[in-house]
Design a protein around this ligand. Structure first.
Ligand code: NDP
Length: 513
């Protein structure tokens, strides 16, 4: 890595705002719209601290406008009155359009979030497109369970859209997670108000352009930019006409949203924080396990809810595993997010980087903890950027904040264990319960571990392999409800049971439950 490292500025990404003020506006009722008071905030490139553009700062007024547009679209149609087949055609077009502009979207996401282009180009944007393609297929294949009672009456449970739904999304996988909610919400015929994270507003902004291009009717998709607390996010949660909130973000924010939404009794789904672990048993494929465990901790600069930020290693192989992990960390290429060779980009912002640094500074004060790699802000990266070295900490005590709290940065902690039960107790010994990887060649041990680990996802001899059909989400304080596949379609719909009896039916008025 060169001492004179510099981050190239965007070569005018075509998705950046083209209006005279260069503002990323809200997208309300099918049109790009400034805030009523014209207020804006800056979208900053976290790699070098430079302003990419300004963004309309929304609040309760813009949320009111967006919800009113969504409600009108919902009551009057046409989207809410379309067939699943018609919606599938539209969703497919959105996915196609995202793929056609994959490079532009990937560059914009990398500029806005600091994550390497290799990830946005090969994962975030293709996956965002896939979210639409997937739900285009699935929405047309939903079953309506039907029962025939002994008396010959027929009972069918059907699903209907909820109406206006609110989506609130985080900065770590901006378009990927926004579309993961948007696609199933639209597939069920709802109207949507999306509030993206203030740190990464730009790909959500650009989505408005796609909606216009594919001919999405006005008011069906609304995107309000702004902050969370006492701002657009909170106003969306409190709005009486919003029937449901699907939220991904921090556990403490989930709590605040649950409280704020309680008076209007909204349906809620929460994907929250995680403190994932990789457990490597001595009988596992040590080389492969150590390499993938490193990737599990460092991918997206460790800013992944599913990150394997804890490494639990059987004592007899710990020296070898640490050696491999250190070698893997040494291979990580920190550099411009737009450089195809880069494998570690910038964190999402300087404030967050300082929080990550605070955890590592604290680690250095714990007796016995050893910084085996990294541990500081890199000297050679732009000072105004949000950079942090990939860091390996060994001998970290289970009760320390480093194990109990989500660091959300490129920091891997190592703990050792002697017995199976000790490993399970360690992995279960936090308030989180999102994901875990188990590395062993013993199928019985793998099965026992999967049964005893309290996380919503358990990977055996792998990490981050997902099938969108399956339920995704966390136990304990990692979430409420599940997303993915039919589960998301269920969340974004109401169930209605229709009973049909014939004219000779004899039990009218009788209550049979
Ligand atoms: P935050 O909880 O800080 O923010 C998430 C979203 O909520 C943002 O759009 C934010 O707006 C908004 N928000 C914040 N406060 C409120 C409020 N009081 N009312 C309404 N909206 C609000 O999370 P981060 O953006 O920091 O994302 C990182 C977190 O997300 C980590 O904890 C990570 O584990 C979790 N996550 C969980 C996943 C899962 O599936 N379980 C997946 C990905 C991430 P603003 O940005 O303007 O504050």
């Amino acid at each position: 890595m060169s001492e004179n490292f510099s981050i190239p500025m965007p070569s005018k990404n075509p998705l950046l705002p083209k209006n005279p003020s260069g503002t990323a506006f809200h997208f309300i009722n099918g049109a790009f719209t400034a805030s009523s008071d014209s207020r804006t905030f800056d979208s900053v490139n976290p790699a070098n601290g430079e302003v990419l553009c300004n963004v309309a700062l929304g609040g309760a007024v813009e949320i009111d406008l967006a919800v009113a547009a969504a409600d009108r679209a919902w009551r009057e149609g046409p989207w809410s009155k379309t067939t699943a087949t018609e919606r599938a055609v539209m969703l497919r077009k959105i996915g196609d359009e995202l793929l056609a502009r994959k490079q532009e979207f990937a560059e914009l996401e990398s500029l806005d979030s600091g994550k390497p282009l290799s990830e946005t180009l090969n994962a975030d944007i293709p996956r965002a497109a896939f979210n639409f393609h997937f739900y285009a297929d699935l929405c047309n294949h939903q079953m309506s369970p039907s029962y025939r009672s002994d008396d010959g009456s027929h009972h069918t449970t059907i699903r209907e859209p909820l109406g206006v739904v609110g989506l609130i999304t985080p900065w770590n996988l901006p378009l990927y997670l926004a579309t993961w909610k948007l696609a199933p919400a639209l597939a069920q015929g709802n109207s949507v108000v999306l509030k993206p994270a203030e740190l990464t507003p730009l790909t959500a902004y650009a989505l408005g352009e796609i909606m216009i291009k594919v001919g999405m009717p006005p008011g069906v998709v609304n995107i309000v930019q702004g902050f969370g607390p006492s701002s657009a996010g909170e106003a969306l949660v409190k709005h009486p006409d919003v029937k449901a909130i699907s939220f991904t973000g921090e556990t403490s924010t989930g709590s605040a949203i649950m409280a704020a939404g309680a008076p209007s009794l909204k349906k809620m789904s929460f994907e929250l924080g995680g403190k994932g672990a990789s457990i490597i048993f001595a009988d596992g494929d040590i080389e492969r396990a150590a390499k993938i465990a490193t990737r599990a901790a460092m991918r997206n600069q460790g800013q992944v809810c599913l990150a394997g930020s804890r490494l639990l290693v059987e004592e007899s192989v710990s020296a070898r595993v640490i050696e491999i992990v250190k070698a893997e960390i040494a291979k990580i290429k920190m550099g411009s997010p737009l450089d195809a060779e880069t494998t570690l980009g910038a964190l999402c912002g300087v404030e967050h980087r300082n929080k990550v640094k605070g955890y590592v500074d604290f680690a250095k004060t714990i007796p016995g903890v050893k910084v085996e790699a990294g541990g500081d802000i890199p000297e050679h990266m732009p000072k105004a950027g949000a950079w942090f070295e990939p860091t390996l900490l060994t001998n970290v005590p289970q009760d320390s904040r480093l194990i109990q709290e989500e660091i959300f940065g490129p920091v891997l902690t190592v703990q050792t264990f002697k017995t199976f039960d000790e490993a399970i107790n360690m992995v279960n010994g936090t308030k989180y319960g999102l994901s875990c990887s188990v590395w062993t060649k013993d199928i019985d041990k793998a099965n026992d571990a999967a049964n005893k680990i309290r996380t919503g996802l358990v990977w055996i001899n792998c990490w981050f392999i997902r099938n969108l059909h399956t339920a995704f989400g966390g136990m304990k304080q990692s979430g409420v409800g599940r997303e993915g596949g039919q589960t998301s379609l269920d969340f974004f719909s109401e169930m209605k049971t229709v009973c049909v009896a014939n004219s000779r039916h004899e039990r009218h008025g009788m209550v049979w439950i």
